[in-house]
Write a protein that binds this ligand. Structure first.
Ligand SMILES: Cc1cc2nc3c(=O)[nH]c(=O)nc-3n(C[C@H](O)[C@H](O)[C@H](O)COP(=O)(O)O)c2cc1C
Length: 459
């Protein structure tokens, strides 16, 4: 197996256990949740990520900066702590937002969030994320539904950014009714329990157009901007990664070719929406063998800036690869057995063996905290647009370090807002220095159970 430079750590080794063994657990992960899966990949693939531990603890406070506004294009955030895109399970079957979504967002606004990035919204039906509780925004007649949401959020003086996405090879026929699609056919079931089919040139053109139309719709619905979801192995991320893009035409091969679909979305959108803020979320390293690594992501960041991108949120991993994007202290087999539609009704033998064997053959990614800050910092050195770090950010002192030492312009968090929607106010008043989140990951695994909530490690 070939290896590539991670740019972060020379110890970028291929997995030492059989990838085929791992398939079973990745499939299990996909079954448990069409969002990021359950079981993580090989520890050998992990880059060195926790830059904060390398910083001298000077005791300098940067609290004022953390709670000062930032600019992302025409958006002025209330402070530097954003709610990262999080699917809250509050979409109707047809993908429209439920009324309860407004309550959830108002709670975040009242809790002091700097800006809200919505959960992923499918730009077309067959790109809908793996659960029927995820948003769609593929039709103009959805505009009034989302307008109700943005009006309420704006009434609380908070910006709201629509994350728009196509799930690509991480969609499921059970949800979309259609075969999954990918840049190119991936026959290895490691990637998906349903082998995706290759996109035609015409389909790629349609997807580009659908992204552009959805950006126009978001603007009409009052969103302050959009974020292209180009992270975690979904379609745009699938194009960017050399591990999943095997095309030999103009959409694959060189960095420029793998980036082409994103460039064309920006070019087309800019003609329609002018300077309307368009952000992006990328996986700066995807943990795949021969996949995307930070040095190439730095090049991509420069290309994004040149294409007219307004801000880059730096994440990592691929959803099918389990807990690399979103880290957990231990493999939550209990939650898999409770929530996965595939495993919750499985026979008693499987139920008994899974908790015993899963931790033995499946490694977790570490560290748990601040794991994309180092990549964000490297990217930030190369671009002048704002860079947002996400992933395991949990404490006010860490945020002060990240912002104060110019490692990122803003931070984003997901799970801390699920357990404490008012975490930002708590940080501001210093009634808390850290999040109560225990990183169990159960919230994600239960994504198909209805409204997203904190389980605090208990089923
Ligand atoms: C319940 C849940 C739903 C999520 N939904 C999305 C999503 O729709 N889009 C996205 O880009 N990331 C999504 N994520 C990932 C988060 O945005 C974030 O990148 C990841 O959880 C790491 O941040 P954290 O450690 O602060 O949770 C989700 C995470 C959770 C826990």
């Amino acid at each position: 197996m070939k290896t590539k430079d991670t740019g972060m750590d020379p110890a970028n080794l291929p997995c030492s256990f059989s990838r085929r063994n791992f398939i079973k657990y990745s499939s299990m992960a996909m079954a448990a949740s069409a969002m990021p899966g359950v079981i993580t990949g090989c520890a050998g693939l992990k880059p060195r990520q926790d830059c904060l531990s390398q910083l001298a603890q000077t005791g300098t406070r940067h609290k004022d900066t953390v709670f000062s506004p930032a600019r992302i294009g025409s958006i002025q955030t209330r402070n530097r702590i954003l709610r990262s895109a999080t699917t809250l399970g509050l979409a109707e079957k047809d993908g429209r937002p439920k009324n309860e979504l407004i309550d959830a967002y108002v709670e975040l606004c009242e809790g002091g969030v700097g800006a809200i990035i919505t959960g992923a919204m499918g730009v077309q039906k067959n790109g809908r994320f793996g659960s029927t509780s995820t948003f769609l925004f593929h039709q103009d007649d959805y505009i009034p539904d989302y307008r109700r949401v943005t009006d309420q959020v704006h009434a609380h003086n908070t910006p709201i950014i629509a994350q728009i996405a196509h799930g690509g090879r991480q969609t499921r026929r059970a949800v979309t009714g259609e075969a999954t699609v990918a840049p190119s056919p991936i026959t290895d079931p490691y990637y998906n329990e349903e082998t995706p089919r290759e996109l035609t040139e015409l389909e790629i053109r349609e997807i580009i157009q659908n992204f552009i139309s959805t950006i126009e719709r978001a603007q009409k619905a009052g969103f302050d901007g959009v974020q292209l979801h180009a992270a975690h192995g979904y379609l745009l991320s699938g194009f960017l990664s050399p591990a999943t893009n095997e095309r030999t035409d103009q959409w694959g091969g060189s960095t420029e070719n793998r980036f082409r679909i994103i460039r064309e979305i920006f070019q087309g959108a800019r003609k329609k929406v002018g300077n309307y803020p368009i952000l992006i979320k990328i996986s700066a390293y995807d943990h795949q063998s021969d996949g995307l690594r930070v040095p190439e992501s730095i090049q991509i960041a420069a290309m994004l800036q040149e294409a007219g991108c307004d801000a880059i949120e730096v994440s990592c991993g691929m959803a099918v690869d389990g807990f690399s994007t979103l880290r957990v202290p231990e493999i939550p087999t209990e939650a898999v057995l409770a929530f996965s539609f595939r495993y919750k009704d499985s026979n008693p033998v499987v139920k008994t063996l899974l908790p015993v064997f899963a931790p033995m053959i499946v490694n977790r990614h570490e560290p748990l905290f601040n794991y994309n800050v180092c990549a964000a910092q490297e990217i930030k050195k190369q671009v002048s647009i704002p860079v947002i770090a996400v992933g395991g950010i949990r404490t006010l002192p860490d945020i002060e370090q990240i912002i104060g030492n110019n490692m990122a312009d803003l931070v984003a968090m997901s799970r801390p807002f699920i357990i404490e929607p008012d975490i930002v106010n708590k940080f501001k008043t210093e009634s808390r220095q850290d999040s109560s989140c225990i990183n169990c990951g159960f919230c994600l695994l239960a994504i198909e159970q209805g409204e997203t909530r904190c389980f605090y490690g208990e089923v």
